[in-house]
Design a protein around this ligand. Structure first.
Ligand code: TYM
Length: 373
């Protein structure tokens, strides 16, 4: 066991996460080079989020690729809980999902858990949830998923089909298992205790709707993994395949430590931020730099703890040589924090501009994506 105290649940991430330790706690596997090469083979190239190990863990992704290669329908499933405006962290699994949809031609089931967020957040009203749902759907569409292959649905509106499956799931999950998996207590409301059955539903929905065999792969950050333990336990009891998963680390907030989280808006890049606002946040971010330029020149900076470097590394500088040179020059005291901040600020501003253009265009396209009863 690590001495470092941390906690990861779908609703709370506390402390400094030890990702290797989490592999053991959750019983998931690291993504190894062999699997990455298989993914590269199918996609033609390896996405930067895979190359740089932002996605670092999985469950049975090799089996999912086996199914695809054997002609079993290989489906993707991901989601969003509409508790606020979308931030860059939420986008990470969606960007990988789009890459996988392009590579495997997969159908994508996209669940919006408006019920979950209503149940867990005491402050949010139903009106808030509906407003965020509408807003978040635009961000989802703006990612560029194929409308012919993507079905977006919310739990509070696409209910009948989902509830029928959820009840069958729930029958096989005891309170004791749910409590051990999610940490429920006597004061947890009964809605959230049932909810894991709802999040399991899209693991089986493709088989039910299409009346054929299908194998589901779930891209998400590692915080969602407890849900898939329940779904995987129940799958064989209902006669379905267990879903596979591919899991990312959390991208950090712009402050010192902690994942990007909407509860700290000043350290968060929201997809609805004006590019100038986001640039300001980047310029105020925590870095691994020394207090003065003189000291930076003498001692060098520390890219290993630098949020700006971690953004360049994880997503915004795809050029392997350039990012390696940034690392070297920072450590050698040849590169100042201002240069990295400017590089990232330009990238983030350009990214937001393009995303917001696509979001605007998405307003006319919502019906193309929504799965309705
Ligand atoms: P939600 O809305 O909390 O998060 C949406 C997705 O973003 C991931 N995520 C992050 N990834 C990287 N860095 C971060 N800082 C960060 N913060 C959040 C989450 O893991 C998630 O993948 N219960 C879910 C909704 C859901 C779902 C799913 C998610 C329903 N079915 C299937 C993934 C897959 C939720 O509230 O996600």
């Amino acid at each position: 066991m690590s001495n470092n105290e941390f906690k990861v649940t779908p609703w709370e991430v506390k402390g400094e996460v030890d990702y290797d330790e989490l592999l053991k706690q959750f019983g998931v596997e690291p993504l190894n080079d062999k699997l990455l090469e298989r993914l590269r083979g199918h996609a033609g190239s390896l996405h930067v989020l895979l190359r740089r190990k932002v996605f670092y863990a999985h469950r049975e992704i090799g089996d999912w690729m086996d199914s695809y290669e054997k002609g079993v329908k290989a489906v993707l499933y991901t989601g969003r809980g509409p508790s606020g405006y979308t931030h860059l962290g939420h986008l990470i699994p969606w960007i990988l999902t789009k890459y996988l949809q392009d590579a495997f031609g997969s159908d994508l089931y996209f669940q919006i858990t408006d019920d979950e967020k209503y149940l867990v957040d005491q402050e949010l009203t139903m009106e808030d949830i509906h407003r965020y749902t509408k807003d978040n759907i635009l961000d989802i569409i703006a990612v560029g998923f194929d409308p012919r292959k993507t079905r977006v649905f919310t739990d509070l509106t696409y209910t009948k089909e989902q509830y029928n499956i959820a009840v069958r799931v729930a029958k096989h999950v005891t309170f004791s298992t749910a409590r051990a998996t999610f940490g429920f207590t006597d004061s947890s409301n009964i809605g959230i205790i049932f909810f894991p059955a709802i999040q399991a539903v899209p693991c089986f929905l493709p088989q039910v709707l299409e009346k054929r065999d299908a194998h589901v792969l779930i891209p998400c950050a590692i915080d969602q993994e407890p849900y898939w333990r329940i779904a995987r336990d129940v799958a064989p009891k209902l006669g379905y395949r267990k879903p596979a998963g591919i899991y990312s680390k959390f991208i950090p907030g712009l402050g010192a430590g902690g994942k990007m989280s909407a509860s700290m808006p000043e350290t968060c890049i929201f997809l609805s931020d004006k590019p100038e606002e986001a640039v300001k946040k980047v310029k105020n971010a925590f870095t691994g730099g020394q207090p003065t330029i003189k000291e930076q020149r003498e001692k060098g900076g520390n890219p290993d703890v630098c949020v700006i470097y971690s953004y360049l590394y994880s997503l915004f500088d795809e050029d392997d040589r350039s990012v390696a040179e940034t690392y070297r020059a920072c450590k050698a005291g040849e590169r100042m924090c201002g240069e990295c901040k400017n590089q990232l600020a330009d990238k983030v501003a350009a990214f937001l501009k393009e995303h917001q253009r696509r979001r605007e265009a998405a307003k006319k396209r919502v019906d193309e994506f929504l799965l309705k009863e």
